[in-house]
Design a protein around this ligand. Structure first.
Ligand SMILES: [Mg+2]
Length: 312
């Protein structure tokens, strides 16, 4: 097993692929539950209300129970279940899974997501038309199952799967490029690549789409626009040295905090592994959600690898 050094300088065992996979999924749910409390608040409002927001309290504009998650985690689980049931992304099966999820009257659902699902229900089509206004973060936030299942697949196959699940609700080149980059970064983090290499991947996105440029100036109130979401995630991920610091940095910026929390949570969870997600956060998470995330992370990884070894 590789020995690395954590931010305190202590030697630490490098997490296994399985620990990183579970870390990514639990990290996503923790970020969602933590960030939901401060969604749509400004940093000033957060300071007045919480000082520094660093506990899973529930509340927020959705009036959540402590440990409850939102659409970011729920849609990921719906996508993952469909992948497991069909041995990969099948457009119609995923669209149906999203539609079934909408029937459960979710606590939150984005406008673009709702519109895409309604489009599928009324036409049977599994892709919306290309739309310059669909550059929201709704497809990116649910993309972790792609990274886990297609972890060992060819890059092109992963891109195709990512695009297919995305286009059910969001069809936009900027959103596609951001989501695909995030998926590649999560796959690399699962495989234990260094942060400097992940940064190269983010910078390659910036070179193709300069709107994604992330500078040192701390971005506050990141919106649901994928460019703002990912810029904030990149800033926090590359300027902090632990899962905890990355998440606290992000959820105290307010804005679309459950989704910036969820996306940074999956990336940082994959990078640092489950053990490095603070225990009190993992303990605060709704237990059923926690178990579903763990099971699915391991299931997607195992089934994806099996299929992969028979194909290549
Ligand atoms: Mg949400």
């Amino acid at each position: 097993m590789l020995v690395t050094h954590d931010h305190s300088g202590e030697p630490a065992l490098s997490p296994s692929l399985e620990q990183r996979a579970v870390g990514a999924y639990v990290g996503l749910a923790v970020g969602d539950a933590l960030g939901a409390t401060t969604e749509f608040l400004t940093p000033r409002e957060i300071r007045e209300k919480h000082g520094i927001h660093d506990r899973i309290l529930g509340g927020g504009w959705l009036r959540l129970k402590a440990g409850q998650v939102t659409d970011d985690t729920e849609m990921s689980l719906a996508l993952g279940e469909s992948i497991l049931a069909h041995g990969g992304v099948e457009d119609a099966a995923v669209a149906e899974a999203f539609s079934q999820w909408m029937r459960t009257k979710p606590i939150d659902i984005g406008n673009t997501v709702r519109r895409g699902i309604v489009h599928y229900r009324s036409t049977g089509e599994t892709a919306v038309a290309m739309n310059e206004f669909d550059a929201g973060n709704g497809a990116c936030m649910r993309s972790l199952p792609i990274a886990l299942f297609y972890c060992d697949a060819l890059h092109e196959e992963r891109v195709q799967a990512s695009r297919a699940q995305s286009h059910i609700t969001h069809n936009n080149p900027l959103a596609d490029a951001g989501t695909e980059t995030l998926v590649e970064m999560v796959v690399s983090a699962l495989k234990g690549l260094e942060k400097s290499l992940l940064e190269t991947m983010a910078l390659s996105l910036v070179s193709r789409f300069p709107l994604y440029r992330f500078d040192k100036r701390r971005m506050e109130n990141p919106s649901g626009y994928i460019v703002e979401t990912l810029r904030a995630v990149f800033q926090a991920f590359f300027s902090n040295d632990s899962y905890q610091d990355i998440l606290i940095d992000l959820v105290n910026r307010g804005g679309d905090a459950d989704t910036t929390g969820a996306i940074a949570g999956m990336l940082a969870g994959a990078y640092y592994g489950e053990e490095r997600i603070p225990h009190h956060w993992r303990k605060s998470l709704d237990i059923k959600t926690m178990l579903a995330c763990r099971d699915q992370a391991l299931g997607l990884l195992a089934q994806g690898r099996q299929i992969d070894s028979t194909q290549y």
